[in-house]
Design a protein around this ligand. Structure first.
Ligand code: GAR
Length: 186
């Protein structure tokens, strides 16, 4: 299977997924909308092809569509990818685009809710638990059908950084396993 991982930032999820599947016969490609994102360095170190594009190219050209076609992509993973995915991708890859969100959706999802902002909101609202949600993408941000959730405790003394660390552990543990299950079902 040919799998595209879309990322915009550090790429710790992208690297963890690629390492998890190291001994499989799946081929990975990284798609990134920020030339200076650390995920591009990880791609180089992992020897994984990495394609960069601008948000404008994503939305208003067929550059990314053509790359996906050239690489014969079967499945798309959004791992910290910030731009909205154009609707035409959802049509081209029905139920084959999954995203990870660092909270228990529908809580703390939607516009502006990404990365550290999510953990700050969780602490601000005195939540006692948070976690991860893996879901399909649809045309509404963070509203696609849920596939998997895992929870962790939030202590009254936890800072957003503490919460981020706990959520990160859940991401590292579960995201590759859920992807494995999904692609085995295709
Ligand atoms: C991850 O925590 C992911 O859940 C989050 O961005 C981080 C990316 O980290 N995604 C969102 O907030 C999407 N709304 P990474 O680049 O190290 O994998």
């Amino acid at each position: 299977m040919n799998i595209a991982i879309f990322a915009s930032g550090s790429g710790s999820n992208a690297e963890n997924i690629i390492r998890y599947f190291e001994k499989s016969n799946h081929t990975f490609y990284i798609f990134c909308n920020k030339v200076d994102a650390y995920v591009t360095v990880r791609a180089k170190n992992l020897n994984v092809p990495c394609f960069c594009f601008t948000k404008d190219e994503l939305n208003n050209s067929l550059k990314v569509d053509d790359l996906l076609k050239q690489c014969n992509i079967d499945f798309i993973v959004l791992a910290g990818f910030l731009p909205r995915v154009p609707t035409r991708f959802i049509e081209k890859f029905p139920n084959k685009i999954v995203n990870i969100h660092p909270a228990l959706l529908p809580k703390y999802g939607g516009k502006g809710m990404y990365g550290h902002y999510v953990h700050e909101a969780v602490v601000e609202h005195h939540e006692t638990e948070t976690g991860i949600t893996i879901h399909y993408i649809n045309e509404h941000l963070d509203e696609g059908a849920q596939i998997f959730q895992a929870k962790c405790e939030v202590l009254p003394t936890d800072t957003p950084d503490d919460v981020a660390q706990k959520v990160h552990l859940l991401e590292m543990e579960y995201f590759p396993k859920v992807i494995e299950k999904l692609i085995n079902e295709i």
